[in-house]
Design a protein around this ligand. Sequence first.
Ligand code: GRF
Length: 215
Amino acid sequence: MLKIAVLVSGGGTNLQAVIDAIAAGTITNSRIEVVISNNKNAYALERAAQNGIPHRCISPKDFADRDEFNRQLLLALNSYSVDLVVLAGFLVVIPPEVIAAYKNRTINIHPSLIPSFCGTGYYGLNVHKGALLRGVKITGATVHFVDEGTDTGPILLQKAVEVKEDDTPESLQRRVMEEAEWKILPEAIHLIANGRVEVENGKTLIRSEKGMDTI
Ligand code: GRF
């Protein structure tokens, strides 16, 4: 049974997609042990409560300095003995000690096709504003493992989404969530929970029925 911590900051629609997929049996061998938010007003915490999932707020604002926050976040994850950390719209820089302790065991969902529209400053609506400004016809979402960089870790899954001529950043954000994020995040967790993912030389290998495919 894969024990998961989901880290959130906002609405938690990706968290909801994971909760629903576990309930529906499309994610197997998995349980959400805890939902952690840096924002005590995040609706994601309410979603956890409604589903009987342990949840707590750990905010940098509640500690004397960032080192102490980093330490407390790591202690919290360790206390739930989690196997996988899922960043689902978590807007705080992940502490280096967490990255090191959960190497190849931390995934993030990013709302573009990496390496486009990613890295420092590309979060939330900025990602979709960037895509519209550049005039791309296709965007999408990426699930990747988290390393020391910003959106630089091994790519696990990607899904393309069409950009429409009358899109606004908001309409594009919504379509990317519906058509890509809410599908590939649960799928990634299912693959990991069933031992079908390996990381080798900075790339992922996904075990299909035939064997391992380089993605
Ligand atoms: C999503 O667009 C995700 O890709 C990004 O932050 C947003 C979180 O949305 N990293 P939600 O809280 O899951 O609704």
